[in-house]
Design a protein around this ligand. Sequence first.
Ligand code: PFF
Length: 470
Amino acid sequence: MPSVTRGGFSSRIGFILAAAGSAVGLGNIWKFPYEAGKNGGAAFLVVYFLLTFLFCYPIMVGEIAIGRRAGKDVYGSYKLLGNKNWGLLGLLGILCGIMILSFYNVVAGWAFGYFLEISFGNLLSEPDYGKFFGNYVNDFWDNLLFSLGFMAITAYIVAKGVKQGIEAASKIMMPALLLILLLLIGYSLTLPNAMKGISFYLLPDFSKITLDTIYPAMGHAFFSLSLGMGALITYGSYVEKKQNIMSAAFTITIMDMSVAFLAGLMIFPLIFSQGVAPDSGPSLVFVVLPSIFKAFGPVLGKVVGGSFFLLLCFAALTSTISLLEVPVAYFVDEKNVSRQKVTWLIAAVIFIVGLPSMLSQGVVPAFNKLHFYHDKTALDFVAEVFSELCLPLGGCLMCLFIVLRWGQHNMSKEIYEGNPGYEGSFLEKYINFTMRYVCPILLGIFSILIVLDKLFSVTLDDLTGLLGVR
Ligand code: PFF
């Protein structure tokens, strides 16, 4: 049981909003639309939703069950239900949390800076947004200020504790985020050519679906649902026994998918209204959208553009707090230190760890081209190794932990609490089957493919060519 001193969520909705807040983030609003734009619109959506429900949902259930059973941080949970060696898996999760937050905060800082520049500055009078963005991410002081600001807000919320900080902030930011999103969708649907955008987004082009689409979709689903590093083990440890884990995980998954889907509904009509290519990739949010907001004129541009970047900041903030909570919970639970002090200290350390990512967009040439990593930037290195590779690997190892060490019957027993109907149900059989066979195999293969791709530049295309499949 969560102890009084650790804190805990005060209600079902508090937990759901906090966990959905962790899931809903830059991944949904920044990355999802451009992935969908590149990979066949609705066809990508279908693949993404299927992967999410079939494989990611069971992993989420597993994480929450582990956390609630142990009532501890991610390291403590693996150690208590497994042993010291399994605790190492928890330490890997904490390392991932630190590293992901270190670069995520840099991108969140850009969103924060854009929000301030559009709402109170003169961003909308820029002649060339590609150039502006290039200079912007290259400006040491702007970057420092905005990412430091973002980290400080994150630390402030986490330092206040689970109920008064994380839960309270999520209860305000998540509904606000939904409201802004719906208003922006309502507005963008009234624009000329909006329906062209919608049909591009919603008419599936299955010819674009290949193995090469499925595998980024899987990685993205993992990142988007905050799986594989124990964020949900940590949040799960603050959940009461009377709560129904299955339905909570289902609601969180639906909320995450809905926000990704809605972000597309907002962005594609905007893009088509200005005749911009829908597959412009990562620069979509920071380069393409500002030019669209500019076209709306100075007043409307400020309102729509400012609301959009505020939305992005809220989404990022509910995610950064969950990332910071993972190492904070470790120190509070395992080292018995005060949450207030340790939160600020860890936030400062993570900020420093993130400096190479922050400086990798041109400020420091050595971080711009890492010779040991295919001349990519430090930000790419951290993002690819710790989120694209380590999260699916962490998910795979978590399944093995449940199957080989903790026991699937123990996981089931934990789920019965708050959900007696789960016993003997079809869902129980499905979850047990996927966790034992499908997820570990699939995620294991997936992790190997990523290692080959990221570290040795061997792609799936090369492999299938080699095996004569194509
Ligand atoms: N789910 C977040 C997003 O989609 O932006 C990112 C994230 C948050 C990943 C928390 C992992 C995590 F633990």
